[in-house]
Design a protein around this ligand. Structure first.
Ligand SMILES: [Zn+2]
Length: 344
């Protein structure tokens, strides 16, 4: 079969690889209907060292189950499934607590351990715990939004939960990428008001406003902090969704959050220590978040997707075939596309 392999920074190739197959008795093999390129895939695209055997990329997918191992009980061949970006057994202490990304037997797709989903097919460990089989036939038009439940919509929702978003309270979303846009959707869905998006890409800000943002702040650094405070009576926001992962984004986030407020961080941190410890301490700001247990949120978010109340699939603004995945990476890295969907 064909799959996307990253060999180093800026070097993604589509290659012939061995077919995905069952390895453990709890595995499934899923034919990929749609996959995606993630903002987090851009980190290795910027800095991965060349010279290794390459990494099979992709951790977001929807598709059809082709085969299952002998110990798979719930998932059946023919099921149309959502594949969350982390695999999980569904049975350990953390899975029972809804924190599937800390599963004692879990891990992440598109790593050195488990090949990714930017491919014709993908091997899924712990199929019964990992996969979510759709209860109804899903119209093609819903596929982009269903695909976001594998990562970005669940991640935006996780940011909102970690930031303790409440009806009628103020929210700022730092970052106007796909996760930030899904954070806007999540904040609106939970009834927040106002919702301030912080970003400086004109097209993305326009989409954020269509998805529920009530104001936009396009300055950076101190000017952005001042603007958010000006929009909130000088106090800052109750809830802040940090959807970037840089140290500057966290500095801005802490500056924009009011005393007693909460920050939900879902951008993979590319810094060693959380900055601004003293200001965050004196303002009693809670900082939470981490990799979203997307598997746990599918059941909550799915009805809103199926019934059209939220349309997170709008974050996809480009579709490529498997052979054009390298161009997809280039477009996202050059900010020519918000998020790229892959149609194998
Ligand atoms: Zn588990």
């Amino acid at each position: 079969m064909k799959a996307a392999v990253m060999h180093g920074a800026g070097d993604v190739r589509v290659e012939r690889v061995p077919d995905a197959r069952l390895v453990e008795s709890t595995d499934a093999v899923v034919t990929v209907a749609r996959a995606a390129i993630c903002g987090s895939d851009l980190w290795p695209y910027k800095d991965m060292a060349a010279g290794g055997s390459g990494r099979r990329m992709g951790h977001e997918a929807i598709g059809v189950v082709e085969s299952v191992g002998k110990d798979v009980r719930k998932i059946r061949p023919g099921d149309f499934v959502i594949m969350p970006f982390a695999f999980s057994d569904g049975t350990c202490a953390f899975c029972h607590e809804g924190l599937h990304t800390s599963c004692l037997h879990g891990g992440f797709f598109g790593t050195d351990d488990v090949p990714g989903a930017q491919a014709e097919a993908v091997r899924v460990p712990h199929a019964d715990g990992t996969l979510f089989a759709l209860p109804v036939h899903a119209d093609d038009a819903l596929w982009p939004s269903l695909l976001t439940l594998s990562d970005v919509m669940g991640t935006g929702h996780h940011a909102a939960r970690a930031a303790r978003v409440k009806t009628g309270q103020s929210v700022a979303v730092v970052g106007d990428g796909a996760v930030g846009l899904c954070g806007v959707i999540a904040a609106r869905r939970l009834g927040a008001e106002p919702i301030i998006v912080v970003g400086h890409h004109t097209d993305r800000i326009a989409l954020a406003k269509e998805l529920g943002a009530t104001a936009a702040v396009s300055e950076q650094g101190t000017a952005a902090i001042d603007h958010v405070r000006a929009l909130t009576g000088g106090l800052g926001v109750h809830s802040l969704l940090e959807c970037v992962g840089t140290e500057q984004a966290m500095i801005d986030a802490i500056g924009m959050t009011r005393a007693g407020g909460a920050i939900g961080r879902v951008g993979v941190p590319h810094y060693h220590a959380i900055p601004e410890a003293a200001p965050a301490f004196y303002a009693n700001i809670s900082i939470g978040g981490g990799p979203a247990p997307a598997r746990a949120y599918i059941e909550e978010l799915l009805p809103d997707v199926l019934e059209g109340r939220i349309q997170p699939g709008r974050v996809f603004d480009r579709v490529v075939g498997l052979g054009e995945v390298p161009e997809g990476y280039h477009a996202m890295n050059a900010r020519q596309a918000i998020k790229v969907m892959v149609r194998p």
